[in-house]
Design a protein around this ligand. Structure first.
Ligand code: PEP
Ligand code: MG
Length: 897
C-alpha cells in the first residue's frame, strides 16, 4: 500500500481533493506545488497509517520505513542537501500534524529536525552562520523536548522548564537584560548543553541523536496527539469522528531566521473578522514561524513588508491572488522568506466570523469568483445566528473571567444585574436597569421576568427545556443548565467557585457559547434585527443588512423546503414574517396563558373538579384565545397558522408553593385547602407522560370545544374584516386513530355550529402531531383522519429514547463525551432512531393520503443538520422560533443545492 505521498519541484503525488487521506495541510501543500507556487519539498504520511497505528498497538505498517526513506531521498535531491549530513549542508525538516480540518489541541509543529551534535557543525560550516546554526539546534531541542519527550511544566511550576533555563542563563550572564534574538552563538551552545541536561534529568534518557530516531519519534508524537484529551474535547465539540485520524507532514526546512533579509509570517487573504478585502496578517523579521504565533516578540502588520522587503511583498501579493483564484475562497497562509526568497508553507480556507463569511460570499459573487449558489454554501448555517445576536465587545471579553458554563440555549450576549425572580426583575427593568434573570429552572410565572430581562441563566434544564425554547422564541439570550451555580432564593445569592454574587451584582452571559462571566461586559445590537424587525432606516443602509437580505433572496430561489415559525403571539408572528417565515407551524395555545391574569383562569380550569367549574373557567379563556388568534391571523397576512390545542404538562401549570396557592384561593374565593387537595390529587410522578395532550380533551371534551370555537370565531371575524386566514387545527400527543377521531368530531361539530350562528363559513383543516412512537408506527391509520402531520420531535425524541427532555441535562455531557451520541438529541434530530420513526410515519401516512402535508415543529426545526435531514426525507416545511427562521432558511437552501 502507498503510505507516503511526496511533493516538490512542481510535482506532487497528491492533490487538494485528497483531504481524507492526506489531511487538509498535506492535500493543500500538494495542490500549491501543482499550481507552481514556491513550496519546499516534503511528504505526507497518510491518515491510514494513523488508523493502523491505533489498530495495531501503536506500531507502523512494515512498508512505511522504506517509503519514508524514498520521501527523504526526494527532498534531498530537490534541496541538494542530505538528511544527517556530517559534511555539507544537512537536510532539516519540519514535522507537522494535519487532520482533515486543522485541529487546535493536536501536536502542531516540530522545526529543525535532523540536528544533532555533528549536523549542527555541518550546518554552521555550510552557512557560515554559527549563531543561526546553534539557534536552530537550541529551538529543536526545546520543541522536541516539550512536544515529543513531554518535558513540560509540572504542577507547582510557574514557567515552562526550558523557559526557566533560558531565563536563568540570561540572568546569570546578562542580568536578564537581553532579547532572545541578541543571544550569541556561544550563548546558544551553552543553552543546548543545559537543555540536554534538562532532558536527561526529566526523562532519564539522552536526547536522541540519530535523525531517523528523531523523525520516527516526531511522527509517533503526531499520531499520539490524536488521542490526547484536548484533541478529544475538540472533536466532541465539533463532531469530528475519531476514526478520521491525522496525517503527518514532513517538509524540508527553509529558514526565516538567517538574518535581516529573512522572516516568517502568517496572513489571511482577506480580513477574517470583518470580511474586508485587504491583505491581513503579521510577520517577524529574522524569525521562524513559531515566533510569530508564540507572542514572544510582537509581530508587525504584513503591510509593513511592503517597506521592508518590497520584492518579497510583491511576490506575496501575487501568491495571494493566485491562491484566491485557484481555491475560490479566502485563504489562511503561512510563509517564510529566506534571504529574500519567498516560500509557502501552508494554505487552508480561513476560519471566519459569520459577518466575514457573509461579506466574503457577497463580494466574491460580485468579483465573479463564485456563483450565487456557492455563496449560499459559504455561510455556515450554524453561525448565522451570530449576525442576529447582540454581541460582546471582543476586547472586553478577553479580560473577563469565566465563572461557569452551561448549554448555549439562546444565542447572543447579555449583561446585567442579577435578579432571582420575575417580580424583582420586572421592578428593576422598570427602573431602567439591565436585568439577568437567574433561576434554578424556569416556569410560566417567570415569563414576565424573562421578558423584562436581557438574558436568562438557569442552573438546570436542557436546550429544549422551557427556559430555552421560550428564550429562543423571544430572541432572548439564554444559558441553561449551568450546573456549577448554587442558587439560594431565600438569600438571593448565587455561589459559584467559592464566590457569592448577590442580587444586583453584575454577571454576563454568552448564549452562543454557553459561557457565564463575572461582571459587566459591553454589548451592541445587530443591524439586521434593527433593520428587519424595527424598520430602522440607518440599519437598513448598512452593508451588513444589505448583504444579509441579498443572501436571503438567494436562499428563497434555491429552496424546496419552506420555513414556518413557532409563535404564540402576534408580535412573535410579525417578527417571524419579517424574517421570511411563510406561516406558523406551531402555536402552543397553553403559552397564551402565561401572561398576567390569564394563568389564573388556566389554573382555575385545570383545578376545577366539576363540569360547571370548568365551563366557567373556559368561558373566561375563550375571549383571550379568540383575540389572540385574530391577532395572529392578521400578522400572518394570509399565511397558514397551525394552532395546536392545549397541551399543558400539569407540573408546569399547577401552583406549587403555598404562596401561589393562597394567592389563587383568594382570587377564586375558595378555601386554600381545596386547592391544596386538588393539587395533591393531580400530582403526577411522570407529568411528561401524564395527563396532557389530547388526553385532556378526551377526558374533558368541553376544553376542545372551547378552543375550536375560539379558532373558528376568530377566522370568521377575520373574514368579515377582510383578513384572509388559513387555520390548521392540530391535535397533540396522538397515538391512536380513535383519539384523533374523538377530537376531530368535536371540532367539526363546533365549527358547524359557529357557521350556522354566524351565517358564514371559513376553510379550516384538522391534523395531528406525530410525537409518540405509536403515532408514527400507525400513521397509515391516523392519516385516514388527519389532514396533515407535524412531527413534534421534542416529545418524539423524549418518547423514542425514553429520555426525559427536562432531566437529560444531568447525563448529557458524559453521554456525549463517551460518544454514545455525537450531538444532543434534543437539539439535533437523532436521525437513525427518531429519524426512522419519522420515515415510517411519512411512508405510511403518504400511502393513506398521498401528498399529505408534512411538517416539523419540535425545536429541531431550527437546527441546520436537522433541517437538512427534513429536506432529505421530504417534509413540506420546518417550523422554528422566529429568530431562527433565517438559519432554517439558509439550511433549507443549502440542503437543496
Ligand atoms: C414537540 O413535542 O416537539 C412539540 C413541538 O410540542 P411541545 O414542545 O409543546 O411538547
Ligand atoms: Mg409535544
Amino acid at each position: 500500500a502507498k503510505y507516503v505521498y511526496t511533493w516538490g519541484a512542481g510535482k506532487a503525488d497528491g492533490n487538494g481533493s485528497m483531504k481524507a487521506l492526506l489531511g487538509g495541510k498535506g492535500a493543500n501543500l500538494a495542490e500549491m506545488t501543482r499550481i507552481g507556487l514556491p513550496v519546499p519539498p516534503g511528504f505526507t504520511i497518510t491518515t491510514e497509517v494513523c488508523t493502523y497505528y491505533y489498530a495495531n498497538k501503536r506500531t507502523y505498517p512494515a512498508a512505511l520505513q522504506a517509503q519514508m526513506e524514498a520521501g527523504v531521498a526526494n527532498m534531498e535531491k530537490i534541496m541538494g542537501t542530505k538528511f544527517g549530513a556530517t559534511n555539507g549542508m544537512p537536510l532539516l525538516v519540519a514535522v507537522r500534524s494535519g487532520a482533515r480540518d486543522s485541529m487546535p489541541g493536536m501536536m502542531d509543529t516540530i522545526l529543525n529536525l535532523g540536528l544533532n551534535d555533528q549536523t549542527v557543525i555541518s550546518l554552521e560550516n555550510s552557512t557560515n552562520n554559527p549563531r543561526f546554526a546553534w539557534d536552530c539546534y537550541r529551538r529543536f531541542i526545546q520543541m522536541y523536548g516539550d512536544v515529543v519527550l513531554g518535558v513540560q511544566k509540572r504542577e507547582g511550576e510557574d514557567h515552562e522548564p526550558f523557559e526557566t533555563v533560558i531565563e536563568g542563563f540570561k540572568h546569570e550572564k546578562y542580568h536578564g537584560d537581553i532579547e532572545d534574538s541578541k543571544l550569541t552563538a556561544d550563548d546558544q551552545k551553552e543553552l543546548v548543553k543545559r537543555f540536554k541536561a534538562l532532558v536527561l534529568e526529566r526523562t532519564g534518557k539522552q536526547f536522541p541523536n540519530n535523525p531517523w530516531d528523531q523523525l520516527r519519534g516526531a511522527a509517533g508524537a503526531v499520531f499520539g496527539s490524536w488521542m490526547n484529551d484536548r484533541a478529544k474535547v475538540y472533536r466532541a465539540k465539533y463532531n469530528i469522528p475519531s476514526e478520521w485520524g491525522t496525517a503527518v507532514n514532513v517538509q524540508a526546512m527553509v529558514f526565516g531566521n538567517t538574518g535581516e533579509t529573512s522572516g516568517s509570517g502568517v496572513a489571511f487573504t482577506r480580513n477574517p473578522a470583518n470580511g474586508v478585502n485587504e491583505f491581513y496578517g503579521e510577520f517577524l523579521i529574522n524569525a521562524q514561524g513559531e515566533d510569530v504565533v508564540a507572542g514572544v516578540r510582537t509581530p508587525e502588520p504584513v503591510l509593513e513588508l511592503k517597506k521592508q522587503m518590497p520584492k518579497s511583498y510583491a511576490e506575496l501579493l501575487k501568491v495571494r491572488a493566485t491562491l484566491e483564484k485557484h481555491f475560490k475562497d479566502v485563504q489562511d497562509i503561512e510563509f517564510t522568506i529566506q534571504e529574500g526568497k519567498l516560500f509557502m508553507l501552508q494554505t487552508r480556507n480561513g476560519k471566519r466570523t459569520a459577518a466575514a463569511a457573509l461579506k466574503f460570499s457577497i463580494d466574491m459573487v460580485k468579483e465573479k469568483l463564485i456563483d450565487w449558489k456557492t455563496a449560499i454554501t459559504r455561510n455556515p448555517a450554524d453561525q448565522l445566528e451570530q449576525l442576529l445576536a447582540p454581541i460582546f465587545d471582543l476586547a472586553e471579553v478577553k479580560k473577563a473571567s469565566v465563572i461557569a458554563t452551561g448549554l448555549p440555549a439562546g444565542p447572543g450576549a447579555a449583561t446585567g444585574k442579577i435578579y432571582f425572580n420575575a417580580e424583582r426583575s420586572v421592578q428593576a427593568a422598570e427602573k431602567g436597569e439591565k436585568v439577568l434573570l437567574v433561576r434554578v429552572e424556569t416556569s410560566p410565572e417567570d415569563l414576565r421576568g424573562m421578558i423584562a430581562a436581557e438574558g436568562i441563566l438557569t442552573a438546570r434544564g436542557g436546550v429544549s427545556s422551557h427556559a430555552a425554547l421560550v428564550a429562543r422564541q423571544m430572541g432572548k439570550v439564554c444559558v441553561c443548565g449551568a450546573a456549577a451555580l448554587q442558587i439560594d432564593y431565600d438569600k438571593k445569592t448565587v455561589t459559584v467557585g467559592g464566590t457569592t454574587y448577590h442580587e444586583g451584582d453584575f454577571l454576563s452571559i454568552d448564549g452562543t457559547s454557553g459561557t457565564v462571566y463575572a461582571g459587566q461586559i459591553k454589548t451592541a445590537p445587530s443591524e439586521i434585527i434593527a433593520g428587519l424587525v424595527n424598520n430602522d432606516a440607518a440599519a437598513k443602509a448598512t452593508e451588513k443588512f444589505k448583504s444579509f437580505t441579498q443572501l436571503m433572496k438567494w436562499c428563497a430561489q434555491a429552496t424546496k423546503l419552506s420555513v414556518r415559525t413557532n409563535a404564540d403571539t402576534p408580535e412573535q408572528t410579525r417578527i417571524a414574517v419579517a424574517f421570511g417565515a411563510v406561516g406558523i407551524g406551531l402555536t402552543r395555545t397553553e403559552h397564551m396563558f402565561f401572561e398576567g391574569d390569564r394563568i389564573d383562569a388556566m389554573r382555575e380550569m385545570i383545578l376545577a373538579d366539576s363540569l360547571a367549574g370548568r365551563e366557567a373557567a373556559l368561558a373566561k379563556l375563550l375571549p383571550y384565545q379568540r383575540d389572540d388568534f385574530y391577532g395572529i391571523f392578521k400578522a400572518l397576512k394570509g399565511f397558514p397558522a397551525t394552532i395546536r390545542f392545549l397541551d399543558p404538562p400539569l407540573h408546569e401549570f399547577l401552583p406549587h408553593t403555598k404562596e401561589q396557592q393562597m394567592d389563587l384561593a383568594r382570587k377564586l374565593s375558595i378555601p386554600v385547602e381545596k386547592i391544596m387537595h386538588r393539587v395533591h390529587e393531580l400530582h403526577e410522578f411522570n407529568p411528561m407522560l401524564g395527563f396532557r395532550g389530547c388526553r385532556l380533551g378526551i377526558k374533558y371534551p368541553e376544553i376542545t370545544a372551547m378552543q375550536a370555537r375560539a379558532v373558528i370565531e376568530a377566522a370568521v371575524k377575520a373574514k368579515k374584516d377582510g383578513i384572509k386566514s388559513k387555520p390548521e387545527i392540530m391535535i397533540p400527543l396522538v397515538g391512536f386513530k380513535k383519539e384523533l377521531d374523538l377530537q376531530v368530531a368535536i371540532v367539526h361539530e363546533v365549527a358547524a355550529k359557529v357557521f350556522a350562528e354566524q351565517k358564514t363559513k371559513v376553510e379550516y383543516s384538522v391534523g395531528t402531531m406525530i410525537e409518540v412512537p405509536r403515532g408514527a408506527l400507525t400513521a397509515d391509520e391516523i392519516a385516514q383522519t388527519a389532514e396533515f402531520f407535524s412531527f413534534g420531535t421534542n416529545d418524539l425524541t423524549q418518547t423514542c429514547l425514553g429520555m426525559s427532555r427536562d432531566d437529560s441535562g444531568s447525563f448529557l455531557a458524559p453521554y456525549q463525551e463517551a460518544e454514545v451520541f455525537k450531538k444532543n438529541p434534543f437539539a439535533s434530530v437523532d436521525q437513525t432512531g427518531v429519524g426512522q420513526l419519522m420515515k415510517i410515519a411519512i411512508e405510511k401516512g403518504s400511502k393513506t393520503r398521498p401528498g399529505i402535508k408534512l411538517g416539523i415543529c419540535g425545536e429541531h426545526g431550527g437546527d441546520p443538520d436537522s433541517v437538512k435531514f427534513c429536506h432529505k426525507i421530504g417534509l413540506t416545511y420546518v417550523s422554528c422560533s422566529p429568530y431562527r427562521v433565517p438559519v432554517a432558511r439558509l439550511a433549507a437552501a443549502q440542503a437543496a443545492i
